[in-house]
Design a protein around this ligand. Structure first.
Ligand code: GUN
Length: 296
């Protein structure tokens, strides 16, 4: 039997429709529209394509959107000053600095400089700390937030389920491992986080009722590692070539065609987690604007 495909593209459309209603209401009742600045340093092709999509989505929702592109050789000091400017700009509720940054800039220093109340990426230590404490007042990091939302909206039972997370990055593996084990909706599961030093990756994957793969290695998870009926979330976005028209050919971390014959539900690449990350960025920005209204 073929797995149900969890479409991130369809879920994103539903979430954006929900947000559009909120944005309209906010504008009518308070005269405020969510404000988002996206800062791209340099012209990394993958980053440029992500930022372009974020900007397009924000504009489509009627946000006040500033696309602030900076040259590759901007100094760390100048970037810190730019962040300070947006920290103090009342029309901006969300600040996103696209990662990775050039090597001469300390990423940690830049993330730490963003006002935690405008850190809609959820990367600031204050927001990560709040997430660990289960405090829903902060911002959840967008990719894990999107993964959890997909799991909930797909109707997957998480309570008591064995969740295995492949990868331990600060952006995905680490936060989603914590989120899936917490109390609450779309959580309460028993979590194992595996990584490059794990001895028997296959054995762990085979136990998973929910398998979340964020390793960045195309085809890492073999079809025979998947438990029959499992929900498989593939976070990998690997550029494995270029089409004749110059578009990147993407592949996930899971051998999709074979895996979908075994899994119960599975996300495709592209069209899975990627669109959800953007939807959750918009959701965080709307949440930030709402908090700004409440404080005013
Ligand atoms: N680079 C890869 N993913 C992300 C993301 O979610 N946010 C930012 N700012 N940079 C990224």
């Amino acid at each position: 039997m073929s797995a149900e495909i969890i479409s991130g593209t369809e879920m994103r459309a539903a979430i954006l429709d929900e947000l559009r209603v909120e944005v309209t209401k906010m504008k009518e009742q308070h005269g405020v529209v969510p404000g988002l600045v996206t800062i791209l340093v340099g012209a990394n092709p993958a980053s440029l394509s992500y930022v372009t999509l974020k900007v397009k989505t924000a504009l489509g929702l009627g946000f006040h959107e500033i696309q602030d592109d900076q040259p590759e050789d901007i100094t760390e000091e100048a970037l810190l000053q730019l962040i300070d400017k947006y920290n103090n700009d009342n029309s901006i509720h969300g600040i996103l600095v696209q990662l990775p940054l050039p090597k001469h800039i300390n990423e940690e220093k830049i993330i730490n400089a963003i006002d935690p109340g405008k850190d809609v990426d959820g990367f600031h230590p204050v927001n990560l700390g709040r997430m660990v404490l289960g405090d829903r007042d902060g911002f959840l990091p967008c990719t894990p937030y999107g993964i959890q939302e997909m799991i909930i909206r797909s109707g997957t039972e998480t309570s008591g389920a064995e969740t295995v997370v492949v990868g331990r990055s600060n952006i995905v593996g680490k936060p989603i491992s914590i989120m899936m084990g917490q109390k609450g909706e779309g959580a309460n599961s028993t979590v194992t986080m595996v990584h490059t030093r794990t001895q028997d990756l296959e054995a762990h994957c085979k136990r998973a009722d929910i398998l979340i793969v964020a390793a960045g290695v195309p085809g890492l998870v073999k079809p025979e590692w998947i438990k029959a009926g499992a929900t498989v979330i593939d976070v990998g976005v690997n550029r494995i070539g270029m089409s004749d028209s110059g578009k990147a050919i993407l592949s996930g971390d899971v051998a999709f065609d074979e895996a979908k014959q075994i899994a119960g539900k599975i996300t495709p690449v592209p069209g899975g987690v990627g669109p959800m990350t953007i939807a959750m960025l918009m959701k965080n920005t709307v949440k930030s604007a709402k908090k700004h209204i409440e404080k005013a």
